[in-house]
Design a protein around this ligand. Structure first.
Ligand code: PLP
Length: 446
């Protein structure tokens, strides 16, 4: 199976987006619902490594990885080969009708690589939101309790339950209610904006959350605490040290299921296979998706056997969940992550990003905070020195410049003032450096 090698070089031959992309964008307006947005409407012809090629012949540097999905790269050779082989044998039977080995193999792999050496079980699904919903179903069924605790700045998806779990109204929730009940939101350990300073943030935030859970819900009524170990859409908020261990310990002491939403942080992204490992936290259930299958739609819940197996027969499932082609892709992606040393590569990328961004922050007062781990790094823009008011104007200018130069860059944050960097873990150093130079230039132009 010959895959087209994509030259690992930025190449800009038209304005961005070019004429063909603009024509497609016009056509799209007459066919695609307006509610679906696109960060940068250059229409894609091919992608691989750290490059996305568009229909006008431009080659852009990819600092987005399709929102932390193509960790192993786009059309990664091993993924293409294994998925194509599966594609030619059978495309679907529905695991609930006639099962197949690939599904079992992916579950075995997830049980092996997720934190903790306890007995585990997994279930496969189609999307991150579906994984989070199923984790909550399992927790409620196993505990016989209904309350679910989530945090400020959380993002968990766009279905009815996961909208309720998500913090931010616009654009995710506006007009889409009423939302699912028994969801309670607690303060998040956000070091940069913690009133008494980042060093106090973790323990204080945990104490506040635990106190409020006790007073507002009653620990005995809580089925699950659900948290992203580094918040994604919320702005790459890495909770203050000690926060996650304290919350996990509180859950253990009160029979509450601790669910880690590692949909964005999983599969080597943060320089660990899973972000929970950083502080040695072992979640009871872990929801995964995005980076799991090199771009094919797949998601999973993995967790303690006694919780997962508490659900009655037939209580979990779905028509497409664990599609055989997606499973084949996942097995190839996991093998690529492990044999390709991508956990270590994510740490290297992180060191490069943090080095240059910390230096950049010295020069520009609008950079309030640089944070993140591995290849999941963010820059938070503020009004200036000593003024932490969110600066969305500077953000828009920086992003506009980067996009015009062919650097794919995403934003995030409750206040919409965070630039997030999520390069594929197979990006080369030259492209990484060039992308950072474009970003530096964008700040110099402000
Ligand atoms: C993207 C994301 C989701 C939702 O995943 P979908 O596949 O878009 O449904 C849930 N949680 C986190 C942390 C995410 O980043």
């Amino acid at each position: 199976m010959a895959t087209t090698e994509i030259a690992q070089e930025r190449r800009i031959v038209t304005e961005i987006p070019g004429p063909r992309s603009r024509a497609l964008q016009e056509r799209r307006g007459r066919a695609v619902a307006q509610g679906v947005g696109s960060v940068l409407p250059v229409y894609v012809r091919g992608a691989g490594g750290g490059i996305v090629e568009d229909v006008d012949g431009n080659a852009l540097i990819d600092f987005g990885a399709g929102i932390a999905v193509t960790n192993v790269g786009n059309a990664a050779p091993a993924v293409v080969e294994r998925a194509a082989e599966q594609l030619s044998r059978f495309t679907h039977t529905c695991f609930m009708v006639n099962p197949y080995e690939g599904y079992v193999e992916v579950c075995e792999a997830l049980n092996r690589i997720t934190p903790g050496d306890h007995e585990k079980r997994s279930i496969l699904l189609n999307s991150g939101a579906e994984a989070v919903e199923n984790a909550v179903k399992v927790a409620r069924s196993a505990t016989g309790r209904s309350a679910v605790v989530v945090f400020d700045h959380a993002y968990h998806g766009r279905t009815n339950l996961t909208m309720a779990l998500t913090a931010k109204n616009l654009p995710y929730k506006q007009g889409f209610g009423p939302f699912a009940g028994e969801v309670y939101r607690m303060p998040m350990a956000y070091p940069y904006r913690w009133p008494t300073g980042p060093e106090n943030c973790g323990p204080e935030a945990a104490r506040q959350a635990i106190d409020q859970i006790g007073k507002q819900i009653g620990a005995a009524n809580v089925a699950a605490v659900l948290v992203e170990p580094i918040q994604g859409e919320g702005g790459f908020i890495e909770p203050g040290a000690g926060f996650l261990p304290a919350i996990a310990e509180f859950c253990r002491a009160n029979g509450i299921v601790f669910i880690a939403d590692e949909v964005q942080t999983g599969f080597a992204r943060t320089g660990d296979m899973f972000a929970c490992e950083h502080e040695g936290v072992v979640p009871d259930l872990i929801a995964t998706a995005k980076g799991i299958a090199g771009g094919l739609p797949l998601a999973a819940v993995t967790g303690r056997a006694e919780l997962m197996d508490a659900v009655h027969a037939g209580g979990l499932g779905g028509t497409y969940g664990g599609n055989p082609v997606a499973c084949a892709a996942a097995l190839a992606a996991l093998e690529t992550i492990e044999s390709g040393g991508l956990v270590e590569r994510a740490r290297e990328i992180g060191a490069t990003l943090l080095n240059r961004l910390h230096a950049l922050a010295e020069k520009h007062d609008v950079i309030g905070d640089v944070r993140g781990r591995g290849a999941m790094v963010a820059v938070e823009l503020v009004a200036g020195a000593g003024d932490t008011a969110p600066n969305t104007e500077a953000l828009a200018e920086v992003v506009r410049h980067c996009h015009s130069q062919g650097l794919i860059l995403l934003t995030a944050g409750t206040y919409g003032n965070v630039i997030r960097l999520l390069p594929p873990l197979v990006i080369g150093d030259a492209l990484l450096d060039e992308g950072l130079s474009i970003l530096e230039d964008a700040f110099a132009r402000l």
